[in-house]
Design a protein around this ligand. Structure first.
Ligand code: HEC
Ligand code: HEC
Length: 160
């Protein structure tokens, strides 16, 4: 490429020379949304998750969060283990936590699969329906989240 053209591109299109995408650029804000957080802190005593307040007398989750309410296949409405609670963590810590807890295998592929295709993630982005009514979904919906997730994974899943 002619050097004057390259210079023009660099000056004119700073987006072209952008820094690699970090978790804190956009994704972390999505993770902090109550639709993600309420389920991820469900089993946390320290953060008064629902297992310790509204859900103290709980049975099988599907009895109330039935498939026709959630739109999820039966058995999929479940809360993660307490170690998957990112309440109060900053972007870098949340990023390290979710990378640490990935199932073994190709980590970029596992992360991409989860963020783009997990039915619970999808519920938080597009449904928000509970037995107590519909709660607000994550702003930007699936399209924006999927784009940000792809960019972050493609950039090497940087935490900082
Ligand atoms: C007896 C009925 C009932 C059962 C059983 C039940 N839930 Fe709920 N759940 C509700 C109701 C009603 C709400 C809405 C009110 C609220 O937010 O607490 C709710 C809300 C929630 C929320 C908050 C959703 C949000 O995005 O704010 C989560 C997370 C949740 N339930 C998880 C579970 C899990 C996990 C189980 C099984 C371990 C379960 N629930 C079992 C009735 C139930
Ligand atoms: C109904 C509860 C529920 C909701 C809502 C929910 N999750 Fe999860 N999440 C889970 C469960 C259960 C797991 C562990 C399941 C597994 O390992 O396959 C999990 C695992 C994860 C993981 C770990 C993946 C890994 O392997 O490290 C990430 C990242 C994640 N969720 C992100 C989110 C985001 C972002 C949202 C909101 C857009 C969200 N979750 C909404 C229940 C939920």
């Amino acid at each position: 490429m002619k050097s004057w053209l390259l210079a023009a591109l660099l000056v004119g299109g700073s987006a072209l020379a952008a820094e690699p995408v970090k978790f804190g650029d956009a994704l972390n804000q999505k993770f902090q949304h109550p639709r993600c957080l309420q389920c991820h802190q469900f089993s946390s005593a320290r953060h008064q998750g629902r297992a310790y307040n509204s859900h103290t007398a709980r049975f099988l989750c599907d009895r109330c969060h039935s498939d026709n309410i959630t739109g999820l296949p039966r058995g999929e409405w479940i809360a993660p283990a307490e170690k998957m609670d990112w309440t109060g963590l900053d972007a870098r810590e949340t990023c390290l936590l979710i990378k640490r807890n990935l199932p073994s295998g190709d980590s970029a592929e596992k992360m991409r699969e989860h963020l783009l295709f997990d039915v619970r993630v999808r519920w938080a982005l597009e449904s928000g329906m509970t037995p107590g009514g519909r709660f607000p979904t994550v702003p930007g919906g699936y399209t924006e989240f999927a784009r940000q997730a792809r960019e972050w994974v493609a950039g090497g899943m940087r935490c900082e």
